[in-house]
Ligand binder design. Structure first.
Ligand code: EPU
Length: 417
């Protein structure tokens, strides 16, 4: 087990380049099994979750060649193999194997997902979608069994606009008979990315990025080459770290439009933001205004940036209120920040944050974004060494974190526990 050691207090300076989006990658890799020939994914992030997904595909008999930021997936010889255990259990997003296997084989057995459990995360909307398409879905001893004689297009209204359910239904419906319409679909950029890949594979999907997506089923999909969109959550984390350390950082390889909710909030705090075509510069200063933040579905403020934002708000003057309307209880970072001297209390689905100085402490990341929040907090503390354990969570979503931060001038290193 490793931990991150941080001596903070240095303003981050320089340029950081953002890799491809984790939450796209882990949907695009299973999507590839719907094709009959090779799919090439470029701009792939180097993350443990991506490695687990390549293991899952190899277990099915696909040939996976992963070199640098490119993965070549040849799914032509994959077989329908039950996966009640094994790597599927390591990853919450292995739920995409349900939609992809159902689309390709009309059957699947997938162990219930693991991953970041900051609160119970149901998959009832995924299952409702599969059933509407004509599948029988049962939970047997902790594995989801799916089976359909044929998948038929239909209209599905999602009770909550779930990213996972929207993508999973697109995967299953891409090769169904007839048209599927998803209403109240999620609008996150990762959904557009998956639809773009599927369309390049020969699917007919319209409306991705709006609340109504129409999928015209086709009988066969083929290989293609696709470049993954930049990771907006990684980008946002570096933007927040730059501001928290009162630094000056150019965040490169981003789509500024994806960052709008964050940039607007940062500007409201008095943080300097310069936007370019594919990059954003963050110019920190000595004093920030308090703000209220509401995490919502896209294009609202991303829930995945809620924990990092908590750390930034400890650096603002006065009292900020940060509420999460996507997950009601995603506050595992709060007790750890309090150990570092933060004045935060949680009331219902809100954290009430009073600005003030933080101190070095030994803290533990309980999930991926909580870990990012603690790293940012540590970067603001100049006296003493902040130790962040639970690095394995952080490695699920941030590639080259230590080397990137060091390039920006931070004093951060990994140490074996
Ligand atoms: N929900 C249901 N039923 C469902 C599905 C979701 O009630 O069947 C609820 C959830 O409990 C939650 C809300 O709907 O309150 C939204 O959940 P969603 O399904 O959109 O989340 P997800 O697909 O499981 C993805 C990301 C998360 C990110 C959320 C929200 C992946 C693999 N994960 O999760 O990313 O927080 O969307 O944007 O894409 C992360 O990267 O740290 C992370 C957790």
């Amino acid at each position: 087990m490793e931990k991150l050691m941080i001596t903070g207090g240095r303003p981050l300076q320089g340029t950081v380049s953002i890799s491809g989006a984790k939450n796209s990658a882990i949907a695009l890799i299973p999507a590839a099994i719907l094709a009959e020939s090779e799919v090439i994914l470029d701009n792939l992030p180097l993350l443990s979750d991506v490695a687990v997904y390549s293991e899952i595909l190899e277990e099915l008999g696909a040939t996976v060649a992963w070199e640098g930021s490119q993965m070549r997936i040849d799914p032509s010889s994959i077989k329908s193999i039950p996966m009640p255990n094994g790597p599927v259990k390591k990853l919450r997003a292995s739920y995409y194997m349900m939609g992809a296997m159902l689309g390709r084989f009309k059957e699947a057995i997938i162990g219930l997902p693991g991953g970041c459990n900051f609160e119970p995360r149901p998959i009832d909307q995924h299952i409702k979608g599969f059933e509407a398409l004509g599948a029988t879905v049962t939970n047997e001893h902790g594995a989801i069994h799916l089976h359909a004689k044929e998948l038929r297009g239909t209209k599905i209204y999602l009770d909550v606009s779930s990213v996972g359910a929207t993508i999973n239904i697109m995967l299953a419906a891409a090769r169904a008979k007839g048209a599927t319409i998803i209403e109240n679909a999620a609008k996150e950029p990762e959904i557009i990315d998956v639809a773009t890949l599927l369309n390049s594979m020969g699917a007919i999907i319209k409306g991705a990025g709006t609340e109504t997506i129409r999928i015209e089923g086709v009988s066969e999909l083929h290989g293609c080459r696709h470049s993954i969109i930049p990771d907006r959550i990684q980008a946002g984390t570096y933007m927040i770290a730059a501001a928290a350390t009162r630094g000056n950082v150019l965040i490169d390889n981003v789509i500024p439009k994806h960052m709008e909710a964050l940039t607007a909030k940062m500007q409201e705090m008095g943080i300097g933001i310069e936007e370019y075509d594919e990059s954003i510069r963050v110019l920190g200063s000595s004093s920030y205004e308090h703000v209220d933040v509401k995490a919502l579905v896209y294009p609202g403020f991303a829930t995945d940036l809620q924990s990092p934002m908590t750390s930034l708000l400890t650096q603002a003057q006065g009292v900020s209120v940060l509420s999460d309307f996507v997950y009601s209880n995603r506050f595992k970072h709060v007790p750890e920040l309090v150990r570092m001297g933060a004045k935060i209390r949680v009331e219902g689905r809100s954290a009430i944050i009073e600005g003030g100085k933080l101190n070095a402490a030994k803290v533990k990341a309980a999930d991926l974004r909580a870990g990012a929040a603690l790293v940012i907090a540590g970067l603001t503390v100049s006296e003493g060494v902040t130790e962040v354990s639970g690095v394995e969570y952080i490695d699920r979503g941030y590639d080259h974190l230590v080397s990137n931060l060091r390039l920006l001038g931070a004093d951060v290193w990994r140490q074996t526990e």
